[in-house]
Design a binder for this molecule. Structure first.
Ligand SMILES: NC(=O)c1ccc[n+]([C@@H]2O[C@H](COP(=O)([O-])OP(=O)(O)OC[C@H]3O[C@@H](n4cnc5c(N)ncnc54)[C@H](OP(=O)(O)O)[C@@H]3O)[C@@H](O)[C@H]2O)c1
Length: 247
């Protein structure tokens, strides 16, 4: 019987993970493992998956990254600090441990991209699920940041305050977009940032990976900023899942 891995969530029609692991298994000649999609419309259905004797672990996506936490026996640092689980490992004794591989994916890709991050301050655009992994990484790397939200109660500043506040943008040259603005098919959308103030000192990181260059990135690039999309983060978080299941 093959070792079973997979993804739970709803809906799963656009899943990157199944294709990623199929290619990986082929490329690395891993023949004893299979990665399947488990589209479940209620979190309680995860019990059926737990009853599979060959289950080694699985990824978790929207809308279950928080709800799955009630099924875990323990958590690693990333899941505890982020407050969400997107990787579950079934241990040899049957115990279930929750991890957050978005945390590792973002942290490793940021460290690759800007090895010298001393002195940088950041703006995080959006306060949703992915932003929580970004917040934890910046805290762990001692990068000071402000959260920008449409809702004054959820962030440190609203977009209006960012536009009108003197020097806020200049003092925070690392800008991380965790909103879905600009994601395919709505590729003309972008966060409400004053691009006339962006220059070659800025680093713009977009968590979006489709399209490869979002409008947020292209407007920044035209002003001289360095830009990066979310593809490396996505691949690194998938590889981290594999490492977790096989360690
Ligand atoms: N590269 C990767 O590995 C990776 C991993 C995870 C996620 N992502 C990408 O990150 C993006 C966010 O994912 P998520 O799971 O965090 O989504 P989410 O939980 O829905 O959060 C997105 C946040 O963006 C803000 N937002 C939403 N619609 C907006 C709008 N029309 N205008 C301005 N702000 C808006 C909201 O924050 P406020 O209410 O505070 O404004 C919202 O909480 C997606 O594009 C996803 O594909 C990439």
């Amino acid at each position: 019987m093959k070792k079973l891995y997979g993804l739970i969530g709803y809906p799963l029609s656009h899943s990157f993970s199944k294709k990623y692991f199929a290619h990986k298994f082929q490329r690395e000649r891993i023949t004893d493992s299979t990665y399947e999609l488990f589209e479940i419309d209620s979190i309680d259905q995860v019990e059926d998956l737990f009853s599979q004797p060959n289950l080694q672990g699985f990824n978790v996506t929207i809308p279950y990254k928080n709800k799955i936490m009630g099924f875990m026996d323990d958590f690693d640092h990333s899941a505890k600090k982020v407050g969400a689980v997107n990787v579950v490992k079934i241990n040899h004794n049957g115990k279930k441990t929750g991890f957050n591989s978005d945390y590792y994916g973002f942290k490793n890709s940021l460290e690759n991209w800007m090895p010298n991050m001393k002195g940088y301050r950041a703006l995080i655009l959006g306060t949703g699920g992915a932003s929580k992994a970004v917040v934890t990484v910046l805290q762990d790397l001692s990068i000071p940041f402000l959260k920008i939200s449409r809702d004054a109660a959820k962030g440190d500043l609203t977009y209006d305050e960012l536009r009108t506040g003197p020097d806020v943008l200049q003092e925070h040259p690392l800008i991380i977009n965790t909103t879905p603005l600009g994601m395919s098919p709505n590729i003309d959308a972008m966060p409400d940032v004053d691009f006339t103030k962006i220059n070659e000192k800025f680093l713009l990181y977009d968590l979006i990976y489709n399209p490869a260059e979002t409008r947020f990135m292209s407007e920044g690039r035209k002003m001289g900023a360095r830009t990066k999309n979310g593809l490396e983060m996505l691949e690194l978080q998938a590889e981290k899942s594999w490492e977790i299941w096989n360690s």
